[in-house]
Design a protein around this ligand. Sequence first.
Ligand code: OOB
Length: 543
Amino acid sequence: MLDGWVPWPEPFARRYRDAGYWEGRPLDRLLRDRARADPDRTALVDAAGDRWTYAELDRRADRTAAGLRGIGIAAGDRVIVQLPNTDAFVVLFFALLRAGAVPVLTLPAHRESEITHVAKVSGAVAYAVPDVLDGFDHRALARAVRAAVPSIAHVLVAGDAAEFTALADLDAEPRPLPAPDPGDVALLLLSGGTTGKPKLIPRTHDDYTYNARASAEICGFDQDTVYLVVLPTAHNFALACPGLLGTLLVGGTVVLSPTPSPEDAFALIEREKVTATAVVPPIALLWLEAVEWEEADLSSLALLQVGGSKLGAEPAARVAPALGCTLQQVFGMAEGLLNYTRLDDTADLVTGTQGRPLSPDDEIRVVDEDGHDVPPGERGELLTRGPYTLRGYYRAPGHNARTFSDDGFYRTGDLVRVLPSGHLVVEGRVKDQINRGGDKISAEELENHLLAHPAVHDAAVIGMPDATMGERTCAYLVPRGQQPPTQRELAGFLTARGVAGYKLPDRVEVVEVFPRTSVGKTDKKELGRRIAERLRTEDGGVN
Ligand code: OOB
């Protein structure tokens, strides 16, 4: 068993097994089973049009697993995976599972600050990167991470490996490998974060297989499903809700899009006759506009899942007529709980709610500031526990004590209202996080980076309303000395500190003092009101 994670208490584990949610099979089995049942069906297609059958994908995963063992990757080892939407990700993911290693999934946008932290916490022994992506050399990043984290013995590169190991060279005759314990951790996902540093989310073979399988059922996925991966494969939504894993589990075909742009995605939808895909609201808005000018034939598309941040009711109502497909709202989290609008829900529920829980055993509580349940239908913080929701972050006992109730409920930090039908409406949040069109930014993490700047005396990071992204990031600063830093200068400073690009503030406001609450804390609500007011006057009431 991996140490440092919090398993479900035995009575719960027994209940989830007895109910049939946890099947007691390793996560990689979903590929093996389909490869045996239907070896010649197409499992995977990439943007260039290269295709792999189930048998081919299965065999590549086996050969790579043997290669990983060959360089000394052992059962229980953590391996950071930072790969774009390519076949290399899919093969390495399954190969690591088969070698008994634990993939730690990070986004291509992460940089030295995030990766170094994740590498330290996980005690990773290897780090897999592309060579160069969007003009950024990930091998240089790997050098820096390795210098800071000596546990990383191997850098694995998709493409030109320089002094490192090419993923393509991890190729050896398959050998029998012991199957992992299905109750153990299969992978670690990254949380959006509300504290100084990102947290790691343990997902077990049992819980993650259930996550993908039950999602595939609800979404009506089957062998004829052609699923387009638009969001990063490392994101829970695109990976397992039902995503890549849910599609492979039922024997469908996964198509990989390098970007979410209408040019790339629409061309692939037409070429591969894609039937389903998942996007965040800003991309949905962009697609709704792009159908006006892009010529592509999207008639195969039957289902568009939208989630990650709140989709407004107005654009939600435009999806079906404009794209000719069913909309499904998804309110999910890497920590577990998934809410889906159902395919046969009324139009009002689909456009006006963020869905209802996936599992009959998802337990939901909505509580006030004192932790008491609010009356039905009223707004409060969402707490949850269930067969695929974590009981604790990896190696974070102090944080866990605050984030979980004594009886194991996860405090989501989201404010919701529950309708009589069981559907949830997301109405805001209490966690100190900015949701920038689905990308999560921990205010505290960014404030800590800003406070490291010599000309910054104090910093408060808040979300400001934005028509496309839902929110953007505004950094309020109290300067130290005469020359307050400009937004540009801060962007350079943060980038040099290895902060991911999506976390850079969209706007910087310099003030002499922060407003204070009655107990003397920075009054972020007041700052939020001020920036919203400023935006209203600047835009002449448009925003
Ligand atoms: C998904 O996962 P994460 O881990 O990036 O972010 C989770 C948080 C939620 O706690 C909530 O604050 C927000 O993102 N969120 C939404 C939402 N979906 C997620 N807020 C409003 N409306 C929605 N539909 O974002 C995620 C994981 C799996 C599936 C879908 C999304």
